[in-house]
Every structure is written in C-alpha cells, then in structure tokens.
Design a protein around this ligand. Structure first.
Ligand code: PLP
Length: 395
C-alpha cells in the first residue's frame, strides 16, 4: 500500500510522529485514575485553544458532524427556530441536519464565496421581536470555499439587535489553526474535530459550551442519549466517562494541545497565515484567484482555487493522486469541478507547502493549463524568504 505523505487536503491533516505515537498506546482501564491523568490535561489544553475560561469542554468519540448534532440536540426542542446563512457545503449540511431534527431553520441564502452576512443576520434578528430565534448558527471557516467569517462581528450584530439567541459556531476547520476566542466572541457552543488543527486522526468531536449552553440543556427536549451533555458532565467531574472513551485519541489530544501551547497559539496562527499567504501568492502567479470573494474572507487553512474556464479542478486532484502520490481536495457541491482545494493547516512548514505547490504546478502543466512551471513556487518562496524571521521565532 502506498501512502500520500504529506497531504494537502483540508483535513484530515498530517499527523506529527509524536502525536501518532501518543495515540498508539496499550489499553488503559478507563475507570482507573490512569485515565483521569490523561483526560484532565487534554480537557484543560482544549480550553486554552478554544479561548475559554468560563466554558466546559466535552469530547465525544465522533467527528465534527456528531459535534453539530450534540450542539443542537442538547440545547433545542422540536419546532425551535434557528438562524443560519448558507454559503457552502458545510453550512448547508448543518442546516440540513437541523431540518432533519425538526427545527425550523430561517436560512439566509448567501452566494458561495461570501461569508456570513452580518447586516442580514442583524436585520433578521431585529425583525424577530418575539425572540423565536433560539440560536444563530455560524460556520467560522467554510471549508468548501475557503472562506472565513467574522464571528466577533456576528456577536456584535446580535448585541446591536439586542437579541438573546445563543451563538453556535462550527470551528471544525479553524480551531487550533486560526484565532478563536470563545469567551471574547460570546460563543455559546464551539464545535471542532480532532482531524484538522489538532493534527489527530478523525474520531473525536470536541465541543466548548458556555454556561448559557449548559443551562439550555435543562429545558431542551430534542432526543439525545449517546450525545447527552448531562451524562458527560456528570462523569467528567470525577475524571470518568459515561461509556468507553477513545483513550488513544485522547492521549494524542493531550500531546496535541501541549504541542500547540509549546509553539504558542499566536505563533501557530502566524505560521498558518504565512503559509496561506504564500499559497495565495502562488495562485495569483498562476493567473488564478481564490474562490473567496475578497481578501478579508481568505481562510488561513484552505484555499479553493478557481480554475480557468474549460478546465475541471477535479482532474488536478486525480492526477496528483495517481501520478505524484499527493492529495489535494476536490471542489464540493456548487463549486465541484470549478475549484480544487489546497489544504494548508495542521502540521505544516513553509518547505512542505512548497512541495505541494510544485506538485500542483506539475499537474497543471500536464493538463495544459496556461501556467509557467515554477511561477507559483517562486512567488511563495519570495514570501517565505521575506517572512522567515517569523518562522524562526515560531520554531
Ligand atoms: N464543518 C466543517 C467546516 C468541516 O470542514 C467539516 C469536515 O470537513 C465538518 C463540519 C464535518 O466534520 P466531520 O467530517 O469531522 O464529521
């Protein structure tokens, strides 16, 4: 079997050797104090990464999708209204899940490539005089389009509208890689997954809950058992777990949060920004553009590159895998074929990124794209050389 290493998909991300080894451990009795010794530092580290002191952290053996379900099913009741903007595959899927749970979703349709529309969110909340809207759902980083939304701005819009709705944020492809301030932004539930910024295999849904979200679970009547926060919180208090935890992944998580803190979260974010900016300069040198409509929306974890008319972005991804053993992301939904995605998050250096850009260039040259081999790589090299001091500081 051949492995693709490194990968440039927007998750799962490359797993550092030290994390891989931490996940690979002998069985530990999860009802013994040995488990608590692994679990507690993992929870504390996640709190720091989420930017919360006031919040609770909950880990499910699941993925980001399970995190979405846990968020809504623990805090809402059938027929409740939530407000969400749809501007990509992941915002769409969370909306779809809400509808399948019998929630009434007030959807703000937004063009793919745009971010959460602050003015429209504020207007919808201001128009909701009877406060039917119980929660605003926001996708911090729309992985399908490479668009970052302004969560602090959404909180301000909610405050300006004097609306009491809770704010639930999907940070699956941002948390641990891009600044996230759960307390500072007034986020009531933050959802993450293990396989992106935390650099682990898939298998953990990671949630942060504000005191308001915790209080909401007392009145919420949507059915939940496996995902019940109450069982989790009751058992965590004693360092335990309501069922069998994914101990190896939690041990890996404890290592991951330690690595992120050792590098320094500000340095982690600066590294992601630097690497992403190099990718964007390469894209410009190829004569192409990101799918994100404006530079303030550019994601530092994934760039969806719009391919020229007459080309299919999926062909680049197929060729990269078949000929060069390298993984990029295909376009999803509305932008399928129109883009290919370069993931640049997690365990990544400037030099690794250059290898990814060089391979993308080879694929494009093979497919007859009007690009000059080396042009994008050179643009990224210039950027990395000129911001090398930042890399050294982060090391
Ligand atoms: N939300 C976002 C922004 C994502 O990128 C993903 C997956 O890529 C998900 C949710 C779903 O997470 P999972 O695939 O871990 O269930």
């Amino acid at each position: 079997m051949s492995y693709q290493n490194p990968v440039f998909i927007p998750g799962p991300t490359n797993i550092p050797e030290v994390i891989r080894k931490a996940c690979d451990m002998p069985t530990v009795d999860h009802r013994s104090p040995a488990f608590a010794r692994i679990f507690k530092p993992a929870l504390a580290g996640v709190k720091a990464v989420l930017g919360t002191r006031a919040g609770e952290v909950i880990l499910f053996p699941s993925t980001g999708t399970g995190g979405w379900e846990a968020a809504i099913s623990n805090t809402l009741s059938p027929g409740d209204t939530v407000l969400a903007a749809r501007f990509g595959m992941f915002s769409h899927r969370w909306i779809d899940m809400c509808q399948r749970h019998g929630l009434n979703v007030e959807i703000i349709e937004t063009p793919w490539g745009e971010g959460a529309p602050l003015a429209a969110i504020e207007a919808a909340l201001a128009a909701d005089a009877s406060h039917r809207i119980r929660a605003v759902l926001a996708t911090h980083n729309e992985t399908a389009t490479g668009v970052k939304s302004d969560i602090a701005g959404i909180r301000k819009a909610m405050d300006r509208a004097k609306h009491p709705a809770m704010l639930f944020v999907d940070g699956v492809s941002s948390i641990g890689s891009m600044p996230f301030e759960m307390d500072g932004w007034g986020v009531d539930i933050a959802v993450a997954g293990s396989q992106k910024g935390f650099m682990l295999p898939a298998g953990l849904a990671i949630l942060g809950l504000s005191p308001r979200a915790v209080a909401a679970m007392d009145t919420a009547t949507l059915p939940r058992t496996f995902f019940d926060f109450r069982d989790m919180m009751r058992t965590y208090a004693a360092g335990g777990y309501p069922y069998t935890p994914a101990v190896g992944l939690i041990n890996g998580l404890a290592t991951s949060v330690q690595m992120l803190q050792d590098e320094g979260l500000a340095n982690v974010y600066a590294r992601h920004h630097r690497i992403a900016e190099g990718v964007r300069r390469a894209v410009a040198a190829w004569g192409m553009r990101p799918c994100a409509a404006s530079s303030d929306l550019y994601s530092d974890t994934v760039t969806a590159v719009v391919v020229p008319e007459g080309f299919n972005g999926t062909d680049i991804v197929k060729l990269a895998a078949e000929k060069y053993g390298m993984a990029f992301g295909v376009g999803l939904g509305e932008v399928a074929g129109k883009v290919f995605r370069i993931g640049h998050l997690g365990s990544l250096t400037d030099a690794m990124m250059l290898a990814g850009l060089a391979t993308a260039e080879m694929c494009m040259a093979d497919l007859g794209y009007p690009i000059t081999l080396g042009a994008g790589v050179a643009a990224a090299q210039d950027h990395y050389r000129n911001s090398a001091g930042e890399a050294a500081k982060a090391a």
